[in-house]
Design a protein around this ligand. Structure first.
Ligand code: 13P
Length: 251
């Protein structure tokens, strides 16, 4: 069985005042069953402090993006090695907001995944279709092409996670139906299996897009949904912990 992962993506939210949220998550997690991994990805400005608070608890931390190179003249960018140096173990790669706001292509995402492997970080590689693509019946084609081109061949020997985040469901309150999620997740599992064999069968597949305490249980109960990548609801300890609780109570 794939060990599930509940991951919070804070996006561009949080100042030092948000550290209480991390303390609340750490203490809440201690009373929940240890049957899933729990991750928060705060803004880079807080990553060191959040990692320190997480300390030896079950909470682990990650970055929201990294540059493909290890160092150099890239003002404002952050290398995977720097994220690891902050005590993080994961990094989100290819989020649709990076793809659209920063023009990140699949090739860039694949290079960033290589950077994550180089720095011993686990990349969470995001894929997802826009509303226009879904309405044109192109969802599976878009996902297939993103999987093929954003996941480098070197992933065959590396730990990685895939997140399916339909762009139209992110931050909109519109959650994909269990049927829509199952169709895409089953396809992702099939393609990872074909490409990577049993290694592909063992990769956690996360759903992201308006996941909340009220809809988490039915999505997390789907066979090929092994956790969630949570935006808005990860900014409230109570909601984030309720999603974690829904995940472990399914097992
Ligand atoms: P929301 O949960 O706010 O829809 O965001 C999802 C997401 O983009 C997580 O990476």
């Amino acid at each position: 069985m794939v060990r599930p992962l509940i991951a919070g993506n804070w996006k561009m939210n949080g100042t030092h005042r948000s550290l209480d949220l991390v303390r609340d998550v750490v203490s809440g997690l201690a009373s929940l069953e240890d049957k899933a991994d729990c991750l928060v990805c705060p803004p880079a400005t807080l990553l060191g402090q959040v990692s320190q608070i997480a300390g030896e608890s079950r909470l682990v931390t990650g970055g929201q993006d990294c540059h493909a190179e290890e160092s150099g003249a890239h003002t404002g960018d952050i290398a995977a090695e720097m994220i690891a140096d902050m005590g993080a173990t994961y990094v989100i790669i290819g989020h649709s907001e990076r793809r659209s706001d920063h023009g990140e292509s699949d090739a860039i995402v694949a290079a960033k995944a290589e950077a994550a492997f180089r720095a011993d970080l686990v990349p969470i590689i995001c894929v997802g279709e826009t509303l226009e693509e879904r309405e044109a019946d192109k969802t599976i084609d878009v996902i297939s092409s993103q999987l093929k081109n954003s996941i480098p061949d070197s992933a065959a020997n590396q730990t990685f996670v895939v997140a399916y985040e339909p762009v139209w469901a992110i931050g909109t309150g519109k959650v994909a139906t269990p049927g829509q999620v199952a169709e895409v997740h089953d396809e992702i599992r099939k393609q990872l299996s074909q490409r990577f064999g049993s290694h592909g069968d063992e990769r956690p597949l996360l759903y992201g897009g308006s996941m909340k305490p009220g809809n988490a249980a039915e999505l997390l109960a789907l066979e090929n949904v092994n956790g969630g990548l949570i935006g808005g609801a990860s900014l409230k300890a109570e909601d984030f912990l309720a999603i974690y609780a829904a995940c472990v109570s399914n097992l």
